[in-house]
Design a protein. Structure first.
Length: 346
C-alpha cells in the first residue's frame, strides 16, 4: 500500500487507557497517548475507544478532539479483576462499538483483553483489517497484581485467556513490545513482530552537560513509575537503605509516580529510616517538569520485576542520565551490562 493511501484511512484504536473529562475536553491519564496521537497523524482520522474515569486525578494529556480524533466512551468498570462488572458491560459494549467500527478502515487493538475479543469479532464481521498489540507479559502482571486470595485461579484463567489470543495471532498481524512479550505469541509462520515503542520525540534528545559529583554533595537517585507491586518499590527502598548505610548523608532519592501502593511505600520509607532522604513527587507528566527532574538527577534506578520495555529508560537516556535497572522483560534486548547501563538480575 502506498503511503498516500495509508494516510487517507481511518484507524480505530483500543488500548483501555484511562480517560477523564477535563474543563476543555477529554484527557488521557497515560503517557502512551503520546504514541497513539503520533500514530494518528499518519491517518485521516483516529477513532479512539476508551473508558471514562470519574476519580479526582488531574487530567494529563489532552486529546485534541476535532475531525482528526473522534472519541467514543465505553462502559466503565473498576478493574479487570471485577469479572461481574466486565461481563455486565458486554451488551452495552457491543451496542457502543457497532457504529465506530463501521466508520473505520482498520483497527489496532490491545491484547490480551476481554473487550478486544468482542471488537475482533465485530471487526471481522464487518470486514475490517485488524492488528493486535501486546505491551506486557500478562502472566507476570497477574502474578503481582491479582488479588491474593484469588491469585491462583486468576493466573489459570489468564493462561487460558491468553491462549485464545495466541491462537488468533496466528492469522492476525500482531505487534509485541520487546522479544520477551513476542515469544508469548509467536508460533511457526505466525505474523507476530517484536517492536520497541518510545514516547520520546527526537527534539527532546539533548546532550547532558558534563559534571562531577563530589563526596560532599548528595547524589540524587531518581525512580519513575507506577507505584505497584510489579515495579518492586519495596526492593527499591531496601536497596536504597543499604546504600545509605554505606554512604551516610550523601544520597537522596526522588520517587515520581502514583499508584495503589503509594501510601504503603511512604510508610515503608519511614520504617526503614530513610524517610528524610526520600522525596515523593506524585505523578509528573512527560514534559518540562519531568525533564528537570531527569536533569537534576545523577542516576536513574529502575526496580521492576516485569516489563515489555520501560518508557522511563528511553526518557532517561534522552536526558543523558545513567541507568541502573533490573534485567526485567525486554530490558536486556536493548541495554548491555557495563556498556550503556548497569543491569541487575531480577
Amino acid at each position: 500500500m502506498r503511503r498516500e493511501e495509508a494516510r487517507a484511512e481511518r484507524l480505530l484504536v483500543f488500548f483501555d487507557l484511562p480517560y477523564a473529562q477535563g474543563p476543555d475536553g477529554i484527557y488521557c491519564q497515560d503517557a502512551f497517548w503520546i504514541f497513539l496521537q503520533s500514530l494518528g497523524e499518519r491517518f485521516a482520522e483516529l477513532v479512539v475507544l476508551g473508558r471514562m474515569q470519574t476519580d479526582d486525578q488531574t487530567p494529563r494529556y489532552r486529546c485534541e478532539e476535532a475531525k482528526k480524533i473522534v472519541f467514543h466512551a465505553l462502559p466503565p468498570f473498576s478493574s479487570l479483576y471485577s469479572t461481574g462488572e466486565v461481563l455486565r458491560g458486554l451488551p452495552r459494549l457491543a451496542r457502543r462499538i457497532w457504529e465506530p467500527v463501521g466508520r473505520c478502515d482498520a483497527m489496532l487493538l490491545t491484547i490480551p483483553h476481554p473487550w478486544t475479543l468482542v471488537l475482533w469479532c465485530v471487526g471481522r464481521l464487518r470486514g475490517k483489517r485488524i492488528a493486535f498489540m501486546a505491551r506486557a507479559d500478562l502472566q507476570e502482571l497477574v502474578k503481582y497484581r491479582a488479588p491474593l486470595g484469588r491469585r491462583r485461579r486468576v493466573r489459570f484463567a489468564a493462561w487460558l485467556f491468553e491462549g485464545v489470543f495466541v491462537r488468533l495471532s496466528r492469522t492476525t498481524l500482531t505487534f509485541a513490545v520487546a522479544d520477551v512479550v513476542a515469544r508469548r505469541y509467536q508460533r511457526p509462520r505466525s505474523p507476530v513482530h517484536a517492536i520497541l515503542i518510545s514516547t520520546v520525540r527526537a527534539a527532546a534528545i539533548r546532550p547532558r552537560a558534563a559534571r562531577g559529583v563530589s563526596d560532599a554533595c548528595a547524589t540524587r537517585l531518581l525512580w519513575v513509575g507506577r507505584v505497584d507491586r510489579e515495579k518492586r518499590p519495596d526492593l527499591l527502598l531496601a536497596s536504597f537503605r543499604d546504600l545509605c548505610d554505606r554512604r551516610p548523608g550523601s544520597l537522596q532519592l526522588d520517587v515520581v509516580g502514583r499508584g495503589p501502593l503509594l501510601a504503603e511505600v511512604e510508610k515503608l520509607a519511614a520504617q526503614l529510616g530513610v524517610g528524610d532522604r526520600v522525596r515523593f513527587h506524585g505523578y509528573v507528566p512527560l514534559g518540562p517538569e519531568l525533564r528537570r527532574l531527569y536533569e537534576a538527577a545523577d542516576l536513574l534506578v529502575h526496580s521492576s520485576a516485569t516489563e515489555g520495555f520501560p518508557q522511563v529508560i528511553f526518557e532517561a537516556m534522552a536526558a543523558g542520565l545513567p541507568v541502573v535497572t533490573t534485567a526485567a522483560g525486554g530490558v536486556p534486548t536493548l541495554l548491555e551490562d557495563g556498556v550503556n547501563a548497569i543491569l541487575v538480575p531480577r
